[in-house]
Design a protein around this ligand. Structure first.
Ligand code: GTP
Ligand code: MG
Length: 372
C-alpha cells in the first residue's frame, strides 16, 4: 500500500532520497479512509433528475431551487435541455405572482427599499423572491455582499429567497435567465417577485418586458430631474418614487415630486388603463413604503379588470419567444465550426477595407445556411 503512493519511475528499493509521492485519488479515499467507507463531499452531491428538480421546486426546497436556477444559468447545451424539461413541467404552476421591477441609478436606495418593503410583505405572510440583475454597480463594486448587508433582515428570512442574476453574457441570455428564474420562483410558491436592476439603459427595457409593475426610484437634488424628464426610463415607469425624503432632503423631495408629476402629464402611460403616479418615501425610515404597496395592489386590481394584465402577460410571452429564437440563432451561428473557421479571415478583410461589412455578413450567413 505504501509503495503504491510512489510514482512508477521511482527505482525499486530506492531510499529516502526520492521524496516524491503520489496523493491517493478520490476513489481510493472513498473505500479506504481508516478502513471505513467514506464519501467525500464532492461525491455526495447527487446528480438531480428532472423530476427531482420539479419536486424540489414545488416543495419550495431552497437548495433545489438554487440548483435549478444554476442549471438555468448554465450555458452548456446539455444543461439547457434539462432546464427546458424542468420548465415545461413547472409551467402549469406559474403565473400567480405580482411581478414588480425596481430600477434607479446606483445608490438610489433600491436595496434599502426592497428590505423595507420585503419585511412588511413577509409580516403579511407573503412569500417573497428578490432577483437582482447586474448587482455589481459602480457604487458598491461587486455588491452581492453589499446587497446582503443592505437586505440583512430579508436575507435571513426563511420566507424570502434572494438571488443575484449574472449580468455577464449577452442581453438575450440575461433576459431568458431572469424570466425563467421568475417562473421557478412562482412554481415554488413565491407570490411577490421583486426584480432589482441598476438603471443603465437596456437593462430597464429588459426588466420592463418581464414585470407587471415597474417602479422608478429617484433621489431629489441629484441634478438629473430635468434630464430624466426628457422621457427615457420615465416612460417605462408605472410610478416614480422619490426616495430619501428625510432630514434636510424632505423639502427638495416634495419639490421634485411636483416637478415629476407635471412632467408625467405630457407622457404616455406605459400601461393602458393606469395613470403613472409620483410618491415620496424614506426607505431607510420605512416611510411611504406601505403607501407604494397599496398603490401596487390597486394597480393590479385595475389592470386585471380592464384586461391589460392578461394582454401584457401574453405579449410578454411572445416577446420571450422571439428573444429565445434570437438567442438560439446567435449561439448556433457563433458556434458553427465553419463560421468559426472563416470568421477571422473575413473580419480581417473587413478591417483592411477589401470587403464591405454588408457583403461579409451575407457571405457568412450563406456559409451558415449551407452548414446547418
Ligand atoms: N437618507 C437616506 N438614505 C438612504 C435611503 N435609502 C437608502 N439610503 C442610503 O443610500 C445608500 C445606497 O442605498 P442602496 O439601497 O444600496 O441603493 P441601491 O439603489 O440598491 O444601490 P445599487 O444596488 O448599488 O445600485 C445606502 O448608504 C443607504 O443607506 C433613505 O431613504 N434615506
Ligand atoms: Mg442595490
Amino acid at each position: 500500500m505504501k509503495d503504491k503512493k510512489r510514482p512508477d519511475w521511482v527505482p525499486e528499493n530506492a531510499g529516502k532520497e526520492f521524496t516524491t509521492s503520489v496523493m491517493s485519488g478520490l476513489e481510493e479515499q472513498v473505500s479506504n479512509v481508516a478502513g471505513k467507507k467514506y464519501t467525500p463531499k464532492v461525491l455526495q452531491r447527487k446528480q438531480l433528475t428532472v423530476d427531482d428538480y420539479v419536486q424540489g421546486i414545488l416543495n419550495r426546497d431552497r437548495t433545489i431551487i438554487a440548483r435549478a436556477i444554476t442549471l438555468i444559468e448554465s450555458n452548456s447545451i446539455k444543461h439547457l435541455q434539462m432546464a427546458q424539461e424542468v420548465l415545461k413541467k413547472i409551467l402549469p404552476y406559474t403565473g400567480n405572482s405580482i411581478r414588480v421591477g425596481i430600477t434607479g441609478v446606483p445608490g438610489a436606495g433600491k436595496s434599502t427599499f426592497i428590505e423595507a418593503l420585503g419585511c412588511k410583505l413577509i409580516k403579511e405572510n407573503h412569500k417573497l423572491a428578490v432577483l437582482a440583475i447586474d448587482p455589481s454597480s459602480s457604487v458598491t463594486k461587486g455588491s452581492i455582499l453589499g446587497d446582503k448587508t443592505r437586505m440583512e433582515k430579508l436575507s435571513r428570512s426563511k420566507e424570502c429567497f434572494i438571488r443575484p442574476s449574472p449580468s455577464s453574457g449577452n442581453l438575450g441570455g440575461v433576459t431568458r435567465k431572469t424570466r425563467e428564474t421568475i417562473l421557478i420562483c412562482e412554481a415554488a410558491g413565491y407570490d411577490v417577485i421583486l426584480v432589482e436592476t441598476v438603471g443603465v439603459g437596456q437593462n430597464e427595457i429588459t426588466v420592463r418586458s418581464m414585470v407587471d409593475f415597474f417602479l422608478l426610484l429617484k433621489i431629489a437634488g441629484a441634478g438629473d430631474e430635468l434630464q430624466g424628464i426628457k422621457k427615457g426610463v420615465i416612460e417605462l415607469a408605472d410610478a416614480i418614487l422619490i426616495n430619501k425624503a428625510d432630514g434636510d432632503n424632505l423639502n427638495r423631495a416634495k419639490v421634485a415630486k411636483e416637478e415629476f408629476a407635471r412632467a408625467l402629464h405630457y407622457l404616455k402611460s406605459p400601461t393602458s388603463g393606469w395613470t403613472p403616479e409620483v410618491h415620496t418615501a424614506s426607505a431607510i425610515l420605512g416611510e411611504g413604503v406601505d403607501n407604494i404597496w397599496e398603490r401596487i395592489l390597486e394597480f393590479m386590481k385595475i389592470i386585471k379588470e380592464c384586461g391589460t394584465f392578461e394582454n401584457r402577460r401574453k405579449t410578454q410571452m411572445l416577446e420571450w419567444l422571439h428573444a429565445m429564437i434570437k438567442e438560439r440563432l446567435e449561439t448556433l451561428f457563433y458556434h458553427n465550426p465553419k463560421i468559426l473557421a472563416t470568421l477571422p479571415s473575413i473580419e480581417q478583410d473587413v478591417l483592411e477595407g477589401t470587403l464591405p461589412p454588408t457583403k461579409a455578413a451575407m457571405r457568412l450567413l450563406e456559409i451558415f445556411e449551407k452548414n446547418l
